[in-house]
Design a protein around this ligand. Sequence first.
Ligand code: HDE
Length: 752
Amino acid sequence: FNPAKVVKDAVEKAVEKVADLVTPPVPGAPGSKPPAIDPPTEPQGPLPRKADQSSPETRTATGAETGAEPRAREQHGEYLTTSTGVRLHDTDHSLKAGERGPTLLQDHHLREKITHFDHERIPERVVHARGAGVHGVFVGYGNAQGVCKAAFLAEGVSTPVFVRFSTVVGSRGSADTVRDTRGFATKFYTSEGNFDLVGNNIPVFFIQDGIKFPDIIHAAKPHPDREIPQAQSAHDTFWDFVSLHTEATHHVLWQMSDRAVPRSYRMMEGFGVHTFRLVNADGETALAKFHWKPKLGVHSLLWEEAQLISGVDPDFHRRDLFDAIEAGAFPQWELGIQVLPDTPEQTFEGIDLLDPTKIVPEELAPVQPIGLLTLNRNTTNYFAETEQVAFHVGHLPPGIDVTDDPLLHARLFSYVDTQLSRLGGPNFNQIPINRPHAPVNDMLRDGFHQHAVHSGVAPYKPNSLDGGCPFHAGADSGAFAEVAATVAASVKQRRSPASFADHFSQARLFYLSLTAVERDHVIRAFTFELGKCYERAIKERQLRVLAAVDTELCAQVAAGLGLPVPEQAAPAPEVIPSPALSQVGKAWPTDGRVVGIVVDADDPDSLNALHTLRQDITSADMTPLVIAARGGELADGLIAQRTFLTTRSVEFDAILLAAAPPPAPDALPVLDAKAGVPAATVDPRVVLMLQEAYRHGKAIGTWGGEAALAEAGIAPTAPGVVVGDDPAEVFTQVTQLLTLHRVWERFATTAS
Ligand code: HDE
């Protein structure tokens, strides 16, 4: 094997393909011949463009074209150059005093290459560092115009968007499926300027006042001495803080629920969290909470699955999102609003709308859909787009205004401030991914990384030298025409209103709105997380908090920790549950689900009917993945996409067995063989796959794999197990099961 030859052959092939596009190097011209020793670096024709390699935008912040060659920064040019466009004939050898001599400082290309590399990283986000971004489009339904004049909500108006999903606590390289809140930030490039809806997948927050944000984040981040644990809340500092700071309790309940381990970004709700103020064309106002409702429903992983995936595929959510979009299964959400009257008290049905630890149950104020978001394009360059995108809760179009939520106000400061150090200066809105699609005509000048070449001499107002430009928009079309809302008290004070002191009623409301199996997950999550703490005093304190939420929850967690159940300090508040908060029991579309098909690579019978079956699965907008003992082509055109070595059950939503494959040579030896136990007849990795899939409540279907079920100890009559002769019929029944996400009957629950 000669890698250099492989590269050379590939290059030659590519050159032949595009020969007519290439200007050949002038033979014998100085610099046209590289050192003869290095075939892959010879100046050659361009490689064909990658299909997905469209260029970043070339528009300036003012909307004009730069005139630059649109593909100027693509990796498709004929010659490698320096950053100033000078052609290079060698990038593999530094300039040395002789073959074995010291490297020379005069080598500009060496220094430029290394210096630029040294500065490739920028500081990761202080929170939400791990993320995945994609492009899409939002189309308004037009029904919100009565309450909000924003142009992008008008009927049929199509607005480009960029969405970044994220975890909160982990570093940029941390695993996707950790227990955490997820960010759901959307940048709408509206005709009236950018609107950023910077939300989460949990509708409430840990704190009521932004001044405490550094406290909650310092507590949740890894311990400062050893920087462990990474991307976890299961440690002493987190539980120390939240057990002392009971306004976090409602968010903590959500964080310990299935919401904190989503099955996919495509299957999460999103929430604006704060109450916003909407303004219509007549200047009338209403208060509103924003919701994103996924078309695929809200679904989660089990905690054990999430933990396994963190090792097996730490990029699980990122991969899932990108693969779905690549396959054309575009995820969709409806944007919805709860519309609430804008009263001087800023409350609704006794709920303080300025308190971000409270929801308004959907049963009290329905979520009304006002537009459709479709995510349909992956990024071209992760750094340029996902890493450099800069959201800001203050990016609001005319018609959407802020309220006096003290959490929101601290955010209004923070999001610009953080970009100054993260993106290195005040001109981050000129970075292509942040550029508005509306014309920009500001008077902001100079600063680090200034990309615009501003003309004119009078970037100030009033002026006469630039003809008085730019002019003010009228109040009807301008943003920041703040509503003349009354400010309640004029005494300067560091205090919260009395209503903010209720820390438990909605935590209890959430818990009681869950089904028994979901409550069981909450109990286990608390028991797991507190079980990872070292300080007994912290666990006991958190148990006292749980006692204030629900006695049974507290008792179950105490039992798991082996600690006494504390006395309940006050009777639990009376609440009316909100069934809309539960994820279980509803049927949803199965689009984008992943179905694994286990086959026996050496049994042609098990491969029969697979072409048709795969077609059936694909036609149902799901992804079939064939799993065999070995990779490659198994039969005519039938490829094994996964092998027993490369996959675990956690990759699939359902498993179909076309056979009971015998142990392959690379399977681990069966440990009991020496003890005289009969050798396994089925590959132990298939047995493990089935046991895990069963334990995780996944649908299992088979025609010909009964022996594998038996070896896994799964009864053919068990709930969610379909045994038949006809693969198509088995698949139909499995699809039915998939609409409920899991076979919930399999879970014995401890919660009543
Ligand atoms: Fe953020 N938050 N946040 N946050 N937040 C950031 O901004 C902050 C809060 C949220 O994908 C930072 O550009 C403060 C609530 C998302 O790029 C920073 C407070 C909600 C993202 C910041 C909050 C969020 C961020 C870090 C308390 C849900 C990721 C990097 C007052 C409604 C955006 C950055 C992306 C990011 C500050 C509270 C959501 C430091 C001070 C509540 C989705 O500015």
